[in-house]
Write a protein that binds this ligand. Structure first.
Ligand code: AMP
Ligand code: ZN
Length: 471
């Protein structure tokens, strides 16, 4: 079975067919962070979802070009830049660096390109000029340029493809300047915002005077520059459907740069939001977590990644610290199984469990059904543990099982745990215990075992000898 994904455009699960006639290359654009603060774990749910899509496409043998923009010109940023009296680049650099560090901590593959809006002003201006030339945009007295929804619709295009919109209340030419607005406030939106005092030093020259781009046009310009006027996948959180993605479609298709009949984007994917303890995340509710908040509580990047990958991307996910503990326990079970396999395994092998790989792919082909994929993995881990405990697995089978896991983990990215270095003091005690056992001094051996336990280490006897692991 091939990959099937829900497409917000058609509101149905569709076969995923690449635009590339050879069926090999895939262009994918993910709306990236607005760098005015540290990304919170809700944002990370969406970014990890994007990473999962990319990794799974690569698992299936596609060559993916993943672009993720950095929104570094936007209303919220400019407000903060003004409040902190910091130059734009200096202000955004801090959060951009944090974002890339977090991306690594969560083991997301680095996108192939991460364009900054501030470095694409010429492309943005050129796109707005196209819209003006086609009569779909108009200038206002304050040096701004707006997109005319009326003209766009009059040309036969549909505004409101991702969400249903009610135009009854809309008055022609009514405008909205801010980047974010509700569905009920549908109106002509800003492509270029004429300079105002509140923008401070954030402005660029343009044919319409000094000003700055609106948020939506930034993504249209950057995505089409890097992926071409028509590409396969566009992805973001569900809040981006309107107005951001709706406006992207209108601008990009309104510019008429696609081949006849061609779409800006074939397949739109939207991830559902993350709630924390059943509620929307808010600093005032005390349930607002950035990645560093969770790391400070002692959780690791892989545990957080695993927790954020437990629910289907179209389901609202309720994040709790207990859920994170459960992810820790689940990973510990997998780690334990892998460790035993490594102790037994012969040198590297081909994956030995095609049925498991098949079940895994079948689950993810079905609109990325991660729950079913995890289910297959835990079932296999239980079975492997059973065989191991019955000594029913040989070195070759163990190596094959490990190779299978490597394939699965190329998609999940929850990685191998960092081997904990054994402190010399602990190693000395372990050696002493082994020496006592060899001398058949079991009393002494048990005493050392207890001493190790008191220090937080437990001895495990394995076919390759005794080792210690953290309690
Ligand atoms: P932003 O930095 O605000 O532009 O958001 C970055 C990404 O995070 C976007 O794709 C948003 O849709 C997504 N996002 C924002 N809040 C949440 C949330 N609570 N849960 C999941 N994704 C979110
Ligand atoms: Zn975007």
């Amino acid at each position: 079975m091939g990959l099937r994904l829900f497409n917000t455009l058609s509101r149905s699960v569709q076969d995923f067919v690449p635009l590339d006639p050879a069926g090999k290359k895939i262009g994918m654009y993910c709306c990236g962070p607005t760098v005015y603060d540290f990304a919170h774990i809700g944002n990370w749910r969406t970014f990890i979802f994007g990473d999962l899509v990319r990794r799974y496409l690569e698992f299936k043998g596609y060559t993916v070009q993943r672009v993720m923009n950095i929104t570094d010109v936007e209303d919220k940023i400019i407000k903060r830049v003004q409040e902190t009296q910091t130059p734009l680049r200096e202000f955004t650099a801090r959060f951009e660096t944090a974002f890339f560090n977090d991306l690594k901590t969560l083991n997301c593959r680095m996108p192939h390109q991460t364009p900054r809006a501030s470095e694409h002003i010429p492309e943005i201006v050129a796109l707005i000029e196209k819209l003006l030339a086609r009569g779909l945009a108009y200038r206002t007295a304050d040096g701004s340029v707006y997109f005319s929804i009326e003209k766009y619709r009059a040309g036969g295009a549909q505004y409101g493809q991702l969400v249903k919109l009610n135009f009854d209340e809309m008055r022609v030419g009514e405008r909205v300047r801010s980047d974010e607005y509700a569905k009920e406030a549908v109106a002509d939106f800003a492509l270029w915002k004429g300079r105002v005092p509140e923008d401070g030093a954030v402005f660029w020259p343009s044919p319409w005077g000094e000003g700055r781009p609106g948020w939506h046009i930034e993504c249209s310009a950057m995505s089409m520059k890097l992926l071409g006027p028509s590409f396969d996948l566009h992805l973001g959180g569900e809040d981006l459907m309107f107005p951001h993605h709706e406006d992207e479609i209108a601008q990009s298709e309104g510019a008429g740069v696609q081949l006849p009949g061609g779409r800006f984007v074939q397949h739109w994917l939207h991830g559902a939001h993350l709630l924390v303890e059943g509620r929307k995340m808010a600093k005032s509710l005390g349930n607002f977590f950035t990645l560093r908040d969770l790391l400070a509580k002692g959780f690791t990047g892989r545990e957080i990644r695993c927790a954020l990958l437990t629910a289907h991307y179209r389901e609202t996910f309720n994040f709790t610290l207990e859920g994170l503990q459960a992810a820790r326990a689940a990973l510990a079970r997998i780690d334990d199984c892998l460790r035993k396999l490594r102790e037994l395994a012969a040198p590297a092998k081909e994956p030995a469990d095609p049925p498991l790989l098949g079940q895994f792919a079948e689950a993810l082909d079905d609109d990325l059904n991660v729950s079913a994929a995890w289910g297959a993995i835990f079932e296999a881990a239980r079975e492997t543990n059973r065989k191991l405990s019955e000594n029913a697995m040989d070195a070759t089978a163990a190596a094959g099982a490990l190779a299978t896991w490597d394939r699965l983990d190329s998609v999940l990215g929850v990685g191998a745990p960092q081997e904990v270095a054994v402190p010399p003091e602990i190693q000395t005690l372990l050696d002493a215990r082994q020496a006592a056992r060899k001398a058949r001094d079991f009393k002494r051996a048990d005493a050392v075992r207890d001493e190790l336990k008191a220090k937080g280490w437990v001895i495990e006897d394995t076919p390759k000898g005794a080792r210690v692991k953290r309690l």
